[in-house]
Design a protein around this ligand. Structure first.
Ligand code: PLP
Length: 419
């Protein structure tokens, strides 16, 4: 008799974890594209996919390194890459950064997972910003811990309220995740807010996990200082990588830089080293690009892109001004990263998911519902401002048209008004 095979049951934690960024909407967009439709893709934050190429010098460094990349590296990564990263952070104000406390990984994504596995036990809690990037809560959930959202408030340009953050800190809280500049909001939090987060961590013996993958992408008027530079006495991991500022997300080259008292971080870093060793080492070819990527010339080319009149500044401004031509659209102008996070005037029966579906099907614009970032109220969408300004302008017009269609469907008909 043929035996029936029972379905394989995924782990409870894997069923609980949420990460929808590559979900059905993106699949539908790909499907429409294969059927010949032109889709304006404002979905993922992938500069390379929008033709924003990495500097040639970085590509050459990676190509030359390929011949020396066949063997495993140290579990933390190549010494030359770790030295370059430590040097970069020393110059940024993290004066005690040293290569022995730098860990390389296959993007910040892998390091988020490793750093939380090394930190959290089931039942622990991790404070995460909301709206925020879903990687962090998903990785926390996979450890059996609970991600506790703290609210970033639209009326304070998406900065959190330190008092609310303090109120969410409990006896099992182990760490605070900060994402600065933020995804999806593009907000850069003011120094006073960062100081109070550091103070909270200090008082409650929490670790700081500062995701600063957009640190090099700050627009005019915004200066970035690593959170760890404000917290030399607090255990901290600062995350960065080549995906965004160097436009090389496919290289999967990210890092975590540990700081804080050595006596307080030694055991944790030993656990992290063990986990880093379990995956043998990070992707070696990409590591050869890191010293060049952090060289003054390459950093200056990124600064040009975010300076007044620079490519990314023009994109940000084009999208923000086109969107806010609609009187009902509310949208803080982003300080950093390359996202815009407008609140839309949607009728009560229409949420962000329904709107983005309609926008894709009818207007061929792919945007991301705010719900995927734990946004309040279901009326936000995230748009990445990486396409040329003319395309962003067209996308904004289509968003306005879609809003008009929903508003017209909602408006009472003439007959109803008379009655
Ligand atoms: N952290 C944030 C805030 C991000 O927005 C992203 C990607 O969009 C990542 C981490 C992932 O970075 P990586 O490509 O280095 O894994």
């Amino acid at each position: 008799m043929k035996q029936t095979i029972a379905p394989v049951r995924p782990a409870h934690t894997a069923r609980e974890a949420r990460y929808d960024l590559r979900g059905p909407l993106a699949e539908r967009a790909a499907d429409l594209q294969t059927r010949g439709h032109d889709i304006i893709d404002l979905h993922l934050g992938d500069p390379a996919a929008h033709g924003l190429n990495a500097p040639d010098t970085v590509l050459r460094a990676a190509a030359e390194g390929l011949h020396r990349a066949a063997a495993y590296s140290d579990e933390r990564g190549l010494p030359a890459a770790r030295e370059a990263i430590a040097d970069h952070y020393r110059q940024a104000g993290l004066v005690h950064a040293t290569a022995d406390r730098v860990f390389l990984g296959n993007g910040v994504s892998e390091l988020a997972s490793l750093s939380l596995q090394a930190l959290l036990d089931p039942g622990d809690t991790l404070l995460v910003p909301a709206p925020g990037y879903p990687l962090w809560p998903a990785c926390a959930t996979l450890t059996g811990a609970t991600a506790v959202p703290y609210l970033c408030r639209e009326d304070t340009a998406w900065a959190p309220d330190p008092a609310e953050l303090a109120a969410r800190t409990g006896s099992r809280t182990r760490a605070i995740v900060v994402i600065n500049p933020g995804n999806p909001t593009g907000a850069h939090w003011p120094p006073a807010v960062l100081e109070s987060i550091v103070d909270l961590a200090r008082r409650h013996h929490l670790m700081l996990l500062s995701d600063e993958i957009y640190a090099e992408l700050c627009y005019p008027g915004t200066t970035h200082v690593p959170l760890a530079a404000l917290a030399p006495d607090v255990p901290c991991l600062t995350f960065g990588g080549l995906s965004k500022f160097c436009r090389l997300p496919g290289y999967r080259a990210g890092w975590a830089v540990a700081s804080g008292p050595r006596s307080a971080t030694a055991d944790y870093l030993q656990a992290l080293t063990l986990l880093a060793g379990l995956r043998m080492c990070p992707n070696v070819p990409a590591q050869h690009a890191i010293p060049t990527a952090l060289s003054p010339d390459v950093l200056a080319s990124t600064r040009r892109a975010t300076a007044p009149g620079g490519t990314l500044t023009l994109c940000r401004d084009a999208l923000h001004s086109a969107l806010t031509l609609h009187p009902g659209v509310r949208c803080a102008r982003p300080d950093g990263a390359f996202y815009t996070f407008p609140r839309l005037p949607l009728p009560p029966a229409v949420d962000d998911k329904a709107f983005t579906r309609h926008l894709l099907e009818r207007h061929h614009v792919l945007a991301t519902p705010g719900a995927q970032f734990d946004a309040p109220g279901s009326t936000h969408i995230r748009l990445s401002a990486l396409a040329p300004p003319e395309t962003l302008d067209i996308a904004a017009q289509r968003i306005h048209q879609a809003l008009g269609e929903f508003a017209a469907a909602e408006a009472p008909s003439a007959g109803e008004q008379d009655g």
